[in-house]
Design a protein around this ligand. Structure first.
Ligand code: NAD
Ligand code: TYD
Length: 373
């Protein structure tokens, strides 16, 4: 397989590139990434200069560029991660979500169709794998069964709606034109290289800076959390064995209320500071460096509008058909993640510039208004 990885400088895309390179050190891996605020070439540093790896700075909406990359590299697989991915940003400013997630995916599908199905060489054996999310299925009540591949779509945020639209386009290109596609819908990922606007890295860095930990609403919203490497393993299995036209749910059987996750991270950091006195010198503003418990930073703020209450994934199909099972327990994955942020300040420090501070400020000026229950 010769891969075009879109969004490979983002959180999951970068982890996937490392995962794939470890498995196939001589493989062809071309990353196409627009380097938005969420894209970071530093996440791919270890691959720079490696034979078969190439980084291209560009937009998935640039169809001519995509066709050129497919042709030049004789690429026969697209793994499509590129997206605007943050629900809160989609509520503030949905335009970019429609442009990248819907129009960008469509542009990519057009390029793939043109080169793989209608190019001068005739039909080329290929695969287009689309990375999607469990958020397309909407929200669950406490007793509802987990999302299955045949659960009807009911996206609630502009982000989820734009991802649902892109899933439908992928499906339509397979059904109408015979493009060989697969789609995966995964639950919330966590791990290294995660941009610190999402819950887990935000909480870790806010503790290290002594800043409030914003809990939306009552903090009882439930997410299924999967260590990012386990998501990458699922994608690799689908690339190797997935059936054309099929969708696969990927999840961790690991449901947590937000407040409990935040408390767990607080506890892990308090323990880390207690065990290693040098941390207080490196992060003097951190709550535990000031003799306070990290939990004292928890701050209830107004809820996210339209906030989905619960996501849960039924991953029986990928388990049964492709033999998928996550390799990391949550206890091991979250510890690894906290340690990674403690040890990789060089990666995250440059991200905390003016634009980031402005975004974070918007979170703090949310009216206090959540409630403990
Ligand atoms: P991310 O925001 O960290 O990264 C997105 C990447 O796409 C960035 O590198 C960005 O520069 C790039 N990009 C954005 N617009 C682009 C454009 N027009 N052209 C080219 N590149 C562009 O996102 P992520 O968390 O790594 O998510 C990757 C994919 O996985 C997304 O499709 C997302 O919907 C899906 N997903 C994410 C999660 C999660 O928990 N993060 C869970 C399930 C599914
Ligand atoms: P997030 O990481 O943004 O992922 P998603 O919205 O895609 O699930 O948020 C995870 C959960 O944490 C979600 O229920 C919103 C909540 N949350 C907070 O309570 N506080 C925060 O500061 C953030 C970023 C999220």
């Amino acid at each position: 397989m010769r891969l075009l990885v879109t969004g490979g400088a983002g959180f999951i895309g970068a982890n996937f590139c490392h995962y794939w390179h470890q498995r196939f050190p001589d493989g062809t891996l071309v990353v196409l990434d627009a380097l938005t605020y969420a894209g970071n070439r530093a996440s791919l540093q270890a691959l720079e200069g490696v034979k078969g790896f190439r980084f291209v700075h560009g937009d998935i909406n640039d169809r001519a560029l995509v066709e050129k990359l497919l042709r030049e590299g004789r690429l026969n697989v697209i793994v499509h991660f590129a997206a605007e991915s943050h629900v809160d940003r989609s509520i503030h400013d949905p335009d970019a979500f429609l442009r990248t997630n819907i129009l960008g995916t469509h542009s990519l599908l057009q390029a793939a169709r043109s080169y793989w199905l209608e190019g001068p060489q005739g039909l080329i054996s290929h695969r287009f794998h689309h990375i999607s999310t469990d958020e397309v299925y909407g929200t669950l009540g406490p007793q509802d069964p987990a999302f299955r591949e045949d659960t009807p779509y009911a996206p609630n945020s502009p982000y989820a709606a734009s991802k649902a639209a892109s899933d439908h386009l992928v499906r339509a290109y397979q059904h109408t034109y015979g493009l060989s596609t697969t789609t995966s819908n995964c639950s919330n990922n966590y791990g290294p290289f995660h941009f610190p606007e999402k819950l887990i890295p935000l909480v870790i860095l806010n503790i290290l800076h002594g800043r409030p930990l914003p809990i939306y609403g009552d903090g009882q919203q439930i997410r299924d959390w999967l260590f990012v490497e386990d998501h990458c393993q699922g994608i690799a299995l689908i690339l190797e064995q997935g059936k054309e036209g099929e969708s696969y749910n990927i999840g961790g059987h690991n449901e947590w209320a937000n407040l409990e996750i935040v408390r767990l991270i607080c506890q892990l950091l308090d323990e880390a500071f207690a065990a290693d006195a040098t941390l207080a010198k490196q992060f003097p503003h951190a709550a535990p460096a000031q003799g306070k418990r990290s939990e004292s930073l928890i701050t209830y703020v107004q809820d996210r509008p339209g906030h989905d209450r619960r996501y849960a994934i039924d991953a029986v199909k990928i388990g049964g058909e492709l033999g998928y099972a996550p390799q990391h327990s949550f206890a091991a994955g979250i510890r690894k993640t906290v340690d990674w942020y403690l040890q990789n300040r060089d990666w995250w420090q440059p991200l905390l510039g003016e634009a980031y501070a402005e975004w974070i400020q918007k979170q703090y000026v949310r009216e206090p208004g959540g409630s403990r229950n």
